[in-house]
Design a protein around this ligand. Structure first.
Ligand SMILES: Nc1ncnc2c1ncn2[C@@H]1O[C@H](COP(=O)(O)OP(=O)(O)OP(=O)(O)O)[C@@H](O)[C@H]1O
Length: 866
């Protein structure tokens, strides 16, 4: 039986198909449906809404007619194939109210299971809606009051749409919400009181809307799980509530660009949890609290307020505070030169009564990413908005000061600069054990690439390194990669890497105190070439005790200014994250620049996925691929949070440690070069705008490269096909021609049905590789989506579709067939199966040879990716 309702805009978009077997036959019954649709829900919606209710009621009675037992089913659904009809109706009301014209919601077809086939909807295993995530989905209506019907909703993300109207009080029943992201809309009205019921809320972002009025009293007293709050750029008035700043879990707080008044609470100054606070551009007044004990605080922006009085010394003693902005206030007293150097003069500017001892090198704080679009990627806090008050614009005094600073900078090629260099050097050198101070004077360095040259000193055992496997096999496996004829170049080989001690004149500059390394131990090390890339060659050096370091030798063009080099590399080394490859030390001489880090025993993702001439590709389970994507995303988000653009994200820079955990390498390396690179070896990963102007590196360019990485993980294909078609373009073409199923790596197919979570990842990847950079999401929002994807069970390679012998368990615990430890099994290159379309990708005329799917694979979602 098929019922089609047509006649108005809404009905024309919903086709009811009640076939022999009704997909959503697990009803909550007439009573349940009525309760959810209820008086509250639809009665205020006017005639179209009434029609919707009638339609829903007709449909539900039809379903009951078809119910096998003839009885309404009262108990909640237990399987994902039978989600509650009441929630489907709520979602349709939402679409009706907020997204009638959104192409993104065209997949919201009544006949399709909302849990598996509706864009942006995710469900719990019980079938109730878990997440409604529709960022940048062209929603331009209002929020339906009935949304409260989604009582099990955990994540609600409608950021970057054009929603208007108030946040409905009816959301009061969404008590399971953990994430409420409505930023970058045009919502108005007051801050809804209903928030207080969302006691599980961890992230609240209502920034960049038009919300006004004071905070409802005691609003945050019940929200004790909040970690991130961003209400910036609204029209909120009144004081900052104490119950907000003393939330024990709160890390990030941004209330910038509102009209908040009153003093800053001592509770804020003593919060042990806050890490980033932005209260800039408000009307806050009074003196600062006298005692600051925020031990975790790294960034504090109080600029452009009416704050006054002396700046308490305890504020400067916060050991983790790296970014401070107190500009544009009425502070008094004196700022010592050291503080001006540390935070930059600009941090104190535009305070007419504050005496700032200028820093000799006018060390302005790191500038934000050149990302012209809204919030910093990966950051919960958008960049500082344009000041609204006249007092916030640069004063004449400041302009004069800045200009003077620039001129001074130009003139300071001599004395001032030398002062700064020696100051910086002292700081770097202090990181080293004193006993190493004069070690370099008499050493004789002939090679770090040849035979051991001197007597071994006491072996070092840096604790941070994973124990290296036996030296010989490790060397052999690496040598296997670099020597065409497999000759033994391990020790005593000819090399072009002879360095002399005079080149350095000093020990490596240690950036990680846990590393014990001096020039002699480095010189004694055996080393082999791992490969060469855009920035130079990489060597693996084996230390006296068998531990292995990776040493990148930068090519010509690296910064010739030692101090600048030191500052830039320190900046990169300071960005620490468990999924970033740490920079442990460096050497600088006029002719040689070395960057020293950990050697990653499982190599890089490119070789793992695609193999190389000596190494077979590994079969990676879906869970492993998802984890690699997740960890790479985390690394990138952390870089962007710290205003570092990676600039060269690709599979060879995604390294894997002994546990197959990701360590992203080579981030921000262009900042160590004197001039922009002429030649970039990351074809396939470059976004369209970077293809035109390769030097305009941006966070959005990184997001594009990340999208290509995701596609590589999903398809198992290299980023560049044989005919120079890039992977992103190929996948887009395949999806447009509705042959989505053909793009996936056949080794991922557990059955001939694609699980929804793989499709979700593909959707995410396609968002990242959008041609227009301003349509790409930030890595932070990509990461949020990635984290909600839970790899489905049983999505391991299936014996039926894999080459012989490859069907057994290929989880990460298994060793390689070739004895390599730690990853999935490797398959012979010639027995790898590609789908016909995948094979065509590697042929010379892939677009013309794309053929219809022959493998009989069908999609479970029926989604349309156009
Ligand atoms: N710390 C490390 N541990 C193990 N292998 C590494 C390490 N650093 C780099 N490699 C590997 O050494 C090889 C050469 O690296 P390199 O960074 O010079 O080139 P690339 O990554 O191919 O290109 P690019 O210079 O553009 O990043 C690559 O295969 C890379 O994966």
């Amino acid at each position: 039986m098929k019922v089609e309702l047509r006649g108005n805009a809404f009905c024309s978009r919903i086709r009811f198909s009640v076939q022999k077997r009704v997909p959503d036959n697990n009803l909550t019954g007439t009573r349940g449906v009525a309760a959810h649709m209820g008086i509250n829900g639809c009665s205020h919606k006017g005639s179209r809404s009434t029609l919707l209710l009638v339609v829903c009621a007709v449909y539900s009675s039809l379903l009951q007619v078809h119910s096998s037992s003839g009885q309404p089913i009262a108990s909640p659904p237990v399987s994902i194939s039978s989600p509650p009809v009441s929630e489907k109706i709520t979602l349709l009301q939402f679409r009706f109210s907020a997204g009638l014209n959104s192409e993104n919601l065209s997949s919201w077809d009544w006949t399709v299971n909302q849990c598996t086939g509706w864009y942006g909807v995710k469900c719990w295993s019980s079938g109730y809606v878990r997440a409604l995530n529709l960022p940048q989905a062209e929603l331009n209506g209002t929020l339906a009051r009935d949304l409260g019907g989604l009582v099990y909703l955990s994540s609600f993300d409608l950021q970057k749409n054009s929603l208007t109207g108030p946040i409905p009080q009816e959301m009061v029943s969404m008590t399971a919400l953990r994430q409420l992201l409505l930023q970058d809309n045009q919502l108005n009205g007051s801050i809804p009181d209903c928030l207080r019921n969302m006691t599980k809320l961890e992230e609240l972002n209502l920034a960049n809307n038009r919300l006004e009025g004071e905070f409802p009293s005691n609003l945050f007293a019940t929200l004790r799980n909040l970690q991130k709050v961003d209400l910036g750029n609204n029209i909120i008035t009144g004081p900052i509530p104490d119950d907000l700043v003393d939330i024990p879990t709160l890390h990030v707080l941004s209330l910038r660009s509102n009209n908040l008044s009153g003093p800053i609470s001592p509770l804020l100054a003593s919060s042990p949890s806050l890490v980033t606070v932005d209260l800039s551009n408000n009307s806050l007044e009074g003196s600062l609290p006298s005692t600051w004990t925020m031990t975790n605080m790294t960034s504090l922006d109080l600029s452009s307020n009416f704050l006054q009085g002396d700046i308490p010394v305890s504020l400067f003693k916060l050991s983790n505070l790296t970014k401070l902005n107190l500009a544009g206030n009425n502070f008094t007293g004196k700022i010592p030169q050291l503080m001006a150097c540390h935070y930059g003069d600009a941090a104190f500017s535009d305070n007419p009564f504050l005496v700032v001892e200028p820093c000799p090198l006018s060390a302005t704080p790191s500038s934000p990413l050149p990302d012209d679009e809204g919030p910093l990627p990966g950051s919960a806090i958008p960049p500082h908005p344009v000041h609204r008050r006249s007092s916030n614009s640069l004063s004449t005094l400041t302009i004069v000061a800045l200009t003077a600073g620039d001129i001074a900078l130009l003139l300071m090629s001599g004395a001032g600069f030398v002062f700064f260099i020696s100051w910086w050097k002292k700081r770097s050198r202090n990181n080293k054990d004193d006993e190493n101070e004069d070690k370099s004077a008499n050493c004789t360095l002939r090679s770090v690439y040849g035979k051991e040259l001197g007597q071994a000193a006491e072996p070092h055992r840096p604790t941070y390194l994973v124990p290296a496997p036996a030296l010989k096999p490790a060397l052999k496996s690496v040598l296997g990669k670099v020597n065409e004829d497999d000759q033994d170049t391990e020790i005593g080989a000819e090399n072009d890497f002879a360095l002399s001690c005079e080149e350095f004149g000093m020990d490596p500059v240690i950036l990680d105190r846990r590393l014990e390394l001096d020039i002699e131990s480095l010189l004694r090390a055996n080393a082999v070439v791992l490969g060469a890339g855009t920035f130079g060659s990489v060597y693996m050096a084996v230390m006296d005790d068998g531990h292995m370091l990776a040493i990148k030798r930068l090519q010509d063009g690296a910064l010739r200014n030692e101090d600048l080099f030191a500052r830039q590399i320190k900046k990169l080394a300071d960005v620490k994250h468990r999924n970033l490859l740490p920079i442990r030390a460096y050497c600088w001489s006029p002719n040689e620049k070395l960057i020293i880090g950990d050697y990653m025993p499982n190599g890089n993702l490119f070789t793992l996925l695609h193999g190389d001439k000596d190494q077979r590709p590994a079969i990676l389970s879906w869970a492993t691929r998802h984890n690699i994507a997740l960890e790479t995303g985390r690394a990138l988000a952390h870089l962007h949070d710290n205003t570092v653009v990676h600039g060269n994200l690709k599979a060879t820079n995604v390294l894997l440690d002994d546990k197959l955990e990701v360590r992203v390498a080579d981030f921000g390396l262009e900042s160590l070069l004197d001039r922009p690179l002429q030649h970039i070896t990351n074809a396939g990963y470059l976004s369209p705008e970077l293809l035109i102007s390769p030097h305009r590196k941006s966070a959005k360019g990184d997001v594009y490269s990340f999208g290509v990485l995701l596609l590589e993980l999903l398809t198992g294909l290299e980023p560049l096909g044989k005919n120079n078609m890039d992977l992103a373009t190929w996948v887009k073409e395949m999806v447009k021609s509705r042959r989505t199923e053909e793009v996936f790596d056949p080794s991922l197919m557990s059955s001939h049905v694609l699980p929804a979570d793989v499709l979700e990842l593909l959707e995410l990847a396609l968002l990242c590789v959008h041609d227009q950079d301003n349509r790409r999401p930030t890595i932070a929002s990509v990461l949020r989506s990635l984290e909600t994807i839970v790899p489905s069970e049983g999505f391991l390679p299936d014996p039926a579709v894999l080459p012989q012998h490859m069907g057994d368990d290929l989880s990460v615990e298994h060793g390689f067939a070739d004895g390599h430890a730690g990853i999935g099994r490797r398959v012979p290159v010639d027995s790898l199966e590609l789908s016909p379309s995948q094979a065509a990708y590697y042929s010379d005329n892939s677009s013309s040879s794309i053929s219809p799917l022959q493998a009989g694979i069908s999609s479970s979602s029926g989604r349309d990716y156009d």
